[in-house]
Design a protein around this ligand. Sequence first.
Ligand code: ZN
Ligand code: MN
Length: 480
Amino acid sequence: MPEFESVIGLETHIQLNTQTKIFCGCKADSWEDLPNTNICPVCTGLPGVLPTLNNAVVTKAVLLALAVQVDSVQPKSYFARKNYFYPDLPKGYQISQYDEPLALGGFIDLPLPDGSVRRVTIEKLHLEEDAGKTVRQVGERWIDFNRCGVPLLEMVTGPDLRTADEAAQYLIRLRQLLRWLGISDADMERGQLRCDANVSIRPVGSDDLNTKTEIKNVNSIENVRSAIEAEIKRQIREVQSGGRIEAWTLDWDEDKSTLHKMRSKESEADYRYFREPDLLPVLIDQDWLEQMRDALPELPLERKERFIETYALPEYDSEILTEERTLSEYFERTVQAFIGDPKVVSNWMMNDLLRLIRERGTTAGKLIIQPEHLAELIAMVEAKTITASTGKELLDKVEHSGLTPEAIVKAEGLGQVSDEGKLRSLAVEIIETNPDQVATYTGGKTTILGWFVGQMMKETRGKANAQLVQKIFRELLEKS
Ligand code: ZN
Ligand code: MN
């Protein structure tokens, strides 16, 4: 039996976060609205109305096209009608792009765990409108048209992915990029990033592209991974038992973790595509395109590399700090305000600031504590003005109060106690009131020193300079 490898391509539908829908003035995001309350004659396809293209949709789509380095943003692209009948598609066709899409070519690079890079090619990017939603209940079907006309950018990859894990990685990178560019919230559970996977198998070493199946309607990255893994196994079983792979469309049941055959796949001819007569072609002005290119921000992987080079960060740190754009900006501003090793800032951000961000369910850009405050706080710990544990608590206090770290340290008397005379008299007291522990120490079990230090921390509410306290206790106990 030959060994098999899988060949995977992904089609993603990205909901662009524009204010209004793609062809009418209805609000684009109606996640929280009651069914059928965010609709108009245009998006419900009533007779006699005309669509008008939303310029913001084109701008956001072009930004992504440039970020994935497309071969071309087409100077002229067209809308087409994709005809099919479905209850939640009131016009009986979807306005989409077909033979002349917005952009062609491009790629997304995936760093793989072994240090190599998988280049995932992009075949095309095209604009289209979303359809409505069918809500299934026992014995009933309810139709919600709110989603009709929501702007989607469809992006199709080449058959370049080799494992379910790579497919998951691709989605993670794409989601990161969409949020980085600020063009989509890319929340899969809200349908803002949807993924269909094309899966086929072949013997290792072959270049053939065999019959593929398409897995639809998978709404989380974990489910994409599980569904693809299940389908690869199914296909291998099928081929090994002498069967043939048919071009099915499959549906992933996330509750049961199983695939169902939905239908044999339509061919393109079934859709009877033709140019949309109610819309003009999309014309891209070349000067505007150059302006867009200039406005493109530094992208996650570039920034990650730059952090490693400029700040001598380990790759692990740099990866985490560039996961989200405002976090990476926060890091850089803190480093600029802090005099010292950037790695110290990185440690504070990865351990403590990220904890705070998670607890608050927010992003770095929305924190109350500013990078300059964090720099001030770290500097105080480094200068031993406060202890590291006071520093951690201080972080939360600054976030709560909006006061500066210095102001809080002053007001609450949080400064580290390094006054040797004061610590020494406290230590004498502790020794006098605990003769048993002193006997243990003098009996040779010197590890009990830690217990004495702990008592001092209790007395000083954690503010004592730990090194100094150790030194004092060692001296006093040696004399006992
Ligand atoms: Zn509308
Ligand atoms: Mn589509």
